[in-house]
Ligand binder design. Structure first.
Ligand SMILES: O=P(O)(O)OC[C@H]1O[C@](O)(COP(=O)(O)O)[C@@H](O)[C@@H]1O
Ligand SMILES: [Mg+2]
Ligand SMILES: [Mg+2]
Length: 280
């Protein structure tokens, strides 16, 4: 019998080239907002519908939810899947990197990050890759023709970090976070591309820290707990790094609302420890 988590991983890998191939004609606004009040592109809708169809039909998947729809779709009995169908979709117009994020929860949504049994993301870069975490290890795959082949097993963050990327406008950063940035920018190189997955995958590859912090104008930051922060936090923690909402692991944030946002900080443990001390 095919393991449900393997089937989910394979379905995401199979959908990735189709999502990529569907992008060229879908770079314009679809005319509606998503539940977070953001302008939705035709590509966001396309990826969401494709993933709902492919993931919802897997035996052992009981629910599908995404950043692009108000409520959870019932798919029978089994795991609940939370998806950011296209992460960084504002990068579509300037043709920069984007991703797809998937979290597999063994609990009804909204769920705690501690209920994740697997999580992963696809990165649509010069090549298409996928990082997928389960049972404490992360595997990096190359996706070609809908097939995933292993590139790297037991992926871990390098011990000697080199990059950082932080979202939000600088004058909107709270003073304590700005003071942390002052230290970090003399130690690491700025690499910020505006798609969480692109920026996080640089941290996974080179070591460093990614943040979409609490802002003065938005104390909960921008990124969504169920669809973005928990799954990516799970990948980074499985790769030996740390995630934080500013006080502790993002996986421990109480799930209160399907579309809730949280500040998120991800990267090498010592850099996140220092961040938490700076925000005390
Ligand atoms: O444009 P900003 O404020 O730097 O925000 C960038 C952040 O917003 C996002 O694009 C939000 O994700 P979506 O594109 O899925 O809405 C993240 O990928 C990225 O980290
Ligand atoms: Mg996103
Ligand atoms: Mg998105």
């Amino acid at each position: 019998m095919v393991d449900t988590v393997d089937a989910i991983r394979d379905a995401v890998a199979a959908a990735a080239p189709e999502i990529r191939a569907g992008l060229p004609g879908r770079r314009e606004a679809a005319g509606a907002e998503n539940p977070s009040g953001e302008q939705r592109l035709a590509a966001d809708e396309y990826a969401d519908e494709l993933l709902e169809e492919r993931l919802g039909r897997i035996d052992g998947v009981g629910a599908y939810a995404s950043e692009e729809r108000e409520s959870v779709v019932d798919a029978g009995e089994g795991y609940a899947i939370a998806v950011d169908p296209l992460d960084g979709s504002s990068n579509l117009k300037p043709n920069n990197v984007m991703g797809t994020i998937v979290g597999v929860y063994d609990a009804p949504l909204p769920a705690s990050g501690r209920d994740l049994v697997a999580a992963g993301y696809v990165l649509y870069g010069p090549i298409t890759t996928m990082a997928f975490a389960r049972e404490g290890t992360v595997t990096e795959y190359l996706i070609e023709d809908g097939e995933a082949t292993v590139l790297n097993e037991d992926v871990t963050l390098p011990d000697d970090p080199t990059v950082y990327g932080f979202g939000g406008r600088v004058p909107d950063w709270p003073d304590d976070f700005a003071a942390y940035v002052d230290e970090i920018e003399s130690e690491l190189k700025l690499r910020y591309g505006g798609a969480m997955i692109g920026d996080v995958n640089q941290v996974l590859t080179y070591g460093g820290v990614f943040a979409y912090p609490a802002l003065q104008s938005a104390p909960e930051g921008k990124l969504r707990l169920q669809f973005e922060c928990n799954p990516v936090g799970y990948v980074i923690e499985s790769a030996g790094g740390r995630s934080s909402d500013g006080t502790g692991s993002v996986l421990d944030v109480d799930p209160e609302d399907l579309h809730q946002r949280t500040p998120v900080y991800l990267g090498n443990g010592p850099l996140i420890d220092r961040l938490e001390s700076a925000l005390d």
